[in-house]
Design a binder for this molecule. Sequence first.
Ligand SMILES: [Cu+2]
Length: 352
Amino acid sequence: MVMNPYRLRKRLFAFILAASAGLCVLDSSAWAETRKFSMTIEDTVVTLVDKQTFRTFSFNGQTPGPLLHVTEGDDLEVAVENQTTLPHTIHWHGMLQRGTWKMDGVPDATQPAIAPGETFTYRFKAEPSGTMWYHCHVNVNEHVAMRGMWGPLIVDPKTPPAIEKEVTKDYIMMFSSWVSSWSQKPGQGGIPGDEADYFTLNGKAFPDTQPLRIKQGDVVRIRLIGAGDELHSIHIHGHLLEVYAKDGRPLPNPIMVDTILLGPGERYDLILRADNPGIWMVHDHIDRHTVNGKSPMGGIMTTIEYEEIPVKDQAFYSWKNKNFVPDFFYEESLKKPLGMHESAAFKGVPAP
Ligand SMILES: [Cu+2]
């Protein structure tokens, strides 16, 4: 039967109309992507500062671990291969795991720990959005507090708040503490009476940290993540910071601060409007956290350098000849397409 051309046009028109109406009512989650990643847990040696090495169980051989950067609603599949001789898991800190509680990564509560040589695949939806992180949940007072088993998980919101659209530079800072007497004894430590004597910002202590390089007019987002066991009091000089999100969630009433207390597990997203060219100190105001072992002038310290101020001309500036390593705050990785990004700056070496 040959269809009357008029009826054909009418049907085509009705089809287009129905299809576009359908598209309009579809939830945007219909575009959620499945993102597949593979991670290994490796016996690694990292250097915190100078000659202070530490045996770790690092994700992909780096501490902090690789950046996982996804969008809210994405379905994640992360295959984790344990190449060490001890059991581990991954807990996805901040993820709601609605309907997927067995993916929460708590040994003997949601799964058996991943045995040496085994692979376990975590499958869950990235929900909610925000600055999240991941860490081992086996013997956390050793594996997380001292063996470098943590990394950032950034979940972009589907509908970003206005302030996020202004951001020109994005940085991640993960804070941790270490007990050097256990440094070469993997599988031991993390016991009552331990006293941390090394303190790191993205796995390095001053002077082996890196400056943040910005310019006037930048809208800088700094994502603070408390990955260790200690409270930190982070002071950024020369600016007021807008605290606009806590634990990944935007605050209804952001506050302005120059110092912020960050506890273990907590995250704060800060906005710094770069309006004051100079070289500015960033440090932990708990002074005990600015030592390296028995020496002062270490630990959690860095600077903000404005490009308007040529650092080489500042004769007094102790970092005037510093070899700058980009991506120390994941600032380059965060600009890349969504996915998993390793960072050469954080790589250790395989343990002997
Ligand atoms: Cu572990």
